[in-house]
Design a protein around this ligand. Structure first.
Ligand code: BGP
Length: 489
């Protein structure tokens, strides 16, 4: 057995990390526009105002807004069957609560979608990849306010209506579980709740200095579940053929030792970070462990008992499960164990695995394990890996070539692992690599953390002419796709 015949091979991006053009054609500010860059040892900083002398990587990103034709032509050259991208909510509703959508913003995505269709590339659209309009954060306190659910539904139904005959696959919220996994980042990126004291700062502050109010964060996450379920319900009314999915950041964890205490702690973390959000979205209700887990975190769980919300969650279950997979890590109750240097995901080092320069542990077998776990947890649910990739420093040779063999070997092993999982019987329908073209890193705001098959001449000091070129991995992935995953050499 091999990959299914219509397997969706492709790549994935996010508007805020590639489009740039941050105020063009009536776009409003969105949360990522308020972030400055960092690096592996320096978390990004949040700046509540736009200051002329500071560098905000998303403002120009890789300027895909003006290069989309060239970029999609390159994706088509690699043979993409599918392109995952997000719509920037603030392009469509610049202030979040505008009476009418911004026609120029809609037009940009008309063009982008038509360009994909021209090459027979299936669009996979993420409705919210952290791009909450900043005006909603300031005026309504993000998803903590139920009003934001209505604003979201107005935005997504505008998209569903506009592209009901052109887009079949949709995802509601990117990595919805980041709100549980990474407190401050979840606040900012995920649910868009920032306290007044942070909004009024005169100097940028680090992610980890942002104030976290767990009750608000968890309530806001609940409101996102309701918003996601309502989107599924409304989407199916507009076109019953739509396939609307959830999207999780699945970080598989192994107990560091056979100590039963490590085993129990691993299960607890797995339940909290990997299972809770997906259970709500795939099965339509909070799992049995959620209430106690939240109460242990001193959360008032009254929102979980709202009968109307329960009905919505039950009716709005997703059509497929998608996730990002970059790494696995270990869990132990031993406080002296060596931790991974990553402020967002953390975890303990696995002595059997190698890491990227950003400390992300490389584990293709973990992908096979994860796919098998998901297939048994969510039977009859198609699965798609919508992010997987290798962030690395690339070197451009004198002749312009980029020999990114490390990236090829990362992908080769992960695709092999997926093929094994398909042979195991996992209903895997597609694979979109993260960053088929270099883009701005979400975690660090760097350009130097490159993921692409396509190199973009743009650098962290703001230099570069945005020109594109093919890396070795470009030609390799093209072979993989044309052989439907048979030829990995
Ligand atoms: C995921 C996000 C993406 C992407 C990716 C790689 O969490 O959905 O937006 O950026 O991670 O992470 P980074 O950009 O930090 O290397």
């Amino acid at each position: 057995m091999a990959f299914p015949k219509n397997f969706l091979w492709g790549g994935a991006t996010a508007a805020n990390q590639c489009e740039g053009a941050f105020l063009d054609d009536g776009k409003g500010l969105s949360v990522p526009d308020m972030l400055l860059g960092g690096d592996v040892n320096t978390p990004r900083t949040f700046c509540p105002t736009i200051e002329k002398n500071r560098f905000y990587p998303s403002h120009q990103a890789i300027d895909m807004y003006h290069h989309y034709k060239e970029d999609i032509a390159l994706f088509a050259e690699m043979g993409f069957k599918c392109f995952r991208f997000s719509i920037n909510w603030a392009r469509i509703f610049p202030n979040g609560d505008d009476a009418d959508p911004n026609e120029a913003g809609l037009k940009f995505y008309d063009n982008l979608i038509d360009e994909c269709k021209k090459y027979g590339i299936e669009p996979l659209v993420t409705l919210c990849h952290y791009e909450i309009p900043f005006a909603i954060v300031k005026k309504y306190h993000g998803f903590y306010n139920r009003k934001t659910i209505d604003l979201f539904i107005k935005y997504v139904t505008t998209c569903f209506e506009r592209w009901k005959d052109k887009v079949k696959y949709w995802l509601t919220f990117n990595e919805i579980n980041m709100t549980l996994m990474s407190k401050q980042v979840g606040n900012l990126y995920g649910v868009g709740i920032i306290q007044d004291e942070d909004l009024n700062r005169s100097e940028p502050c680090k992610f980890d200095e942002l104030k976290d109010v767990p009750q608000e964060r968890i309530q806001a996450l609940h409101n996102e579940f309701v918003a996601s379920a309502k989107a599924v319900i409304e989407g199916h009314k507009i076109n019953p053929e739509f396939k609307i999915g959830c999207m999780l950041c699945h970080v598989t964890r192994y107990p560091l030792t056979p100590n039963p205490k490590d085993m129990l702690e691993t299960q607890r973390i797995d339940h909290l970070f990997n299972d809770l959000c997906a259970d709500v979205q795939v099965r339509g209700a909070y799992p049995f462990f959620a209430k106690k887990m939240y109460q242990d975190m001193n959360i008032d769980t009254a929102f979980m008992d709202d009968e109307e919300d329960k009905k919505i969650l039950r009716a709005g279950t997703v059509d497929f499960y998608t996730f990002s997979f970059y790494m696995t890590n270990c869990v132990t109750v031993d406080e002296n164990a060596e931790r991974i240097n990553d402020s967002m995901i953390g975890g303990v080092k696995n002595p059997y695995l190698k890491s990227s320069d950003w400390g992300w542990q490389i584990d293709p077998d973990g992908l096979r394990w994860t796919l098998n776990k998901l297939a048994s947890r969510y039977p009859n649910t198609p699965i798609m890996v919508v992010e997987n990739g290798f962030g690395a420093f690339d070197k451009v040779e004198d002749d312009g070539a980029i020999h990114d063999d490390y990236r090829i070997s990362y992908f080769r092993e992960h695709i092999r692992a997926m093929r094994d999982a398909v042979n195991d019987g996992v209903p895997l329908i597609g694979y979109t690599t993260w960053g088929p073209i270099d883009l701005v890193s979400a975690g660090t705001g760097q350009y130097a953390k490159r993921y692409g098959f396509i190199y973009v001449n743009r650098h962290d000091d703001g230099t570069g002419d945005f020109s594109r070129s093919r890396k070795n991995s470009f030609f390799w992935y093209k072979k993989v796709i044309s052989s439907n995953g048979e030829n990995l050499e």
